[in-house]
Design a binder for this molecule. Structure first.
Ligand code: AMP
Length: 393
């Protein structure tokens, strides 16, 4: 796979698939610019070498051409972040787009209208992809968030290009995960939390041979605790996954992975921030009560493991962090990871809700890398190859 260092962009028109799927508020103003900021390094690299840039992205899930999903609304923000006045094409294919590209000079940036205004994008339509391919000499994919989708602009378009490369953001995602899963340094610790065992089984099975410690937390821990004979009250459980939970524990043993389960929990009778709570032994939860967060002893145990780790992967919260009452386990974990990172460990937060948790509590700046793609990172953790990356090879 080629990187952008392998090309000279002088006088070249570069078609870059970015992920500008940013949140827009009611007034259609950009709420969080991180995705635009994430795409900046690649864009700047091309411009500084004397190339021009054609940006394509999707925004939201429009049904047809819905104005509220027009990428026109983000032009000012993209211009501001990149520091170049960005031009806009009212369509992403056809005459309008081709004319705009033709008139583009070195150092200029053009943003195309929302790709998903055409149904063909999500269908991975070949004809549509070929039309997109007319809009650049070189193709770069820098949209990690959609790299697990075989859409026209993320995957299919690549086959019409001789010259194609992985963008800097996408490259960083791949390298960060590689650092975690193929590390020379030890110990490697993975924290897997979140709601369900079923959604994380493939992840756990794939990473077991590559880690030394596995911390299991969140709602999924109760399936393990119950399978081992614990009494979990009304806590979240997947009864049909109990055997699988025991199998995972057995596999971990044979692969010399130390598994750390919570030993206590913050229990409540109601799924409510203001409900009464108590700390309980996780194997002896009262009837009618459920565990919604890691208890103090568990937090301590987990922090101890984290602090001696050299490589840390965190996926999934340790409790119902959306409610303050049940966010302490997740915060304590994030604090321990931040501390270990400060002392030289490499930490990667990725895949779904742990990213929002890290951001919510301001820990995104205190870890080594926060992945930008929830679903895409989960699939990579599962050991799957992503179509968007495969297409660049
Ligand atoms: P996931 O998307 O699988 O990472 O799951 C994240 C969700 O798990 C969050 O919305 C949390 O509120 C939820 N969660 C974490 N711990 C628990 C728990 N003990 N009981 C119920 N839900 C939980």
């Amino acid at each position: 796979m080629k990187t952008i260092k392998d090309f000279n962009f002088k006088n070249k028109k570069t078609l870059i698939r970015v992920d500008f799927n940013v949140p827009l508020d009611k007034e259609l103003k950009v709420g969080d610019r991180s995705r635009i900021i994430g795409a900046k390094p690649t864009i700047i690299e091309v411009l500084e070498e004397g190339g021009s840039v054609v940006l394509m992205s999707h925004l939201g899930r429009p049904e047809g051409k819905e104005d509220k999903y027009s990428l026109r609304h983000i032009v000012a923000d993209v211009s501001d972040v990149i520091g170049v006045k960005v031009k806009f094409a009212e369509d992403c294919i056809g005459k309008v787009a081709e004319e705009a590209v033709k008139n583009l000079k070195p150092g200029e940036v053009l943003l195309l209208e929302n790709l998903r205004f055409h149904d063909e994008e999500k269908k991975g339509d070949e004809e549509f992809a070929e039309k997109l391919s007319k809009l650049g000499d070189i193709y770069i994919n820098d949209a990690f968030g959609t790299a697990h989708r075989a859409h026209a602009s993320t995957t299919i378009v690549a086959k019409y290009f001789e010259d194609k490369a992985v963008g800097l953001l996408l490259q960083k995602e791949i390298e960060s995960l590689d650092k975690v899963l193929h590390s020379e340094e030890k110990p490697v610790t993975a924290v897997i939390g979140g709601a369900k065992v079923s959604s994380k089984i493939t992840v756990i099975e794939n990473i077991l041979p590559k880690i030394d410690h596995l911390i299991i937390g969140g709602g999924m821990a109760f399936t393990f605790i119950k399978a081992k004979g614990g009494k979990i009250g009304e806590s979240l459980v997947e009864d049909d996954k109990q055997d699988l939970a025991l199998e995972i524990l057995e596999k971990a043993k044979t692969q010399n992975v130390q598994v750390h389960l919570p030993v206590d929990t913050i229990s409540t009778q109601k799924f409510d921030n203001d409900a009464e709570t108590k700390v309980e032994d996780i194997t002896a939860i009262s009837d009618g009560w459920m565990g919604l967060d890691a208890g103090p002893k568990s937090r301590e145990n987990f922090a101890e493991v984290i602090k001696k780790s050299k490589i840390i992967l965190w996926n999934g919260p340790l409790g119902v962090f959306e409610m303050e009452t049940f966010s302490k386990g997740t915060i304590a974990l994030a604090e321990a990871i931040a501390e270990a990172t400060e002392k030289g460990a490499f930490s990667l937060v990725g895949g779904g809700d742990s990213v929002s948790a890290a951001k919510q509590f301001g820990f995104d700046k205190k870890v080594s890398y926060v992945s930008t793609g929830g679903g895409a990172m989960l699939e990579m953790l599962e050991g799957k190859s992503l179509p968007g990356i495969e297409a660049l090879k």
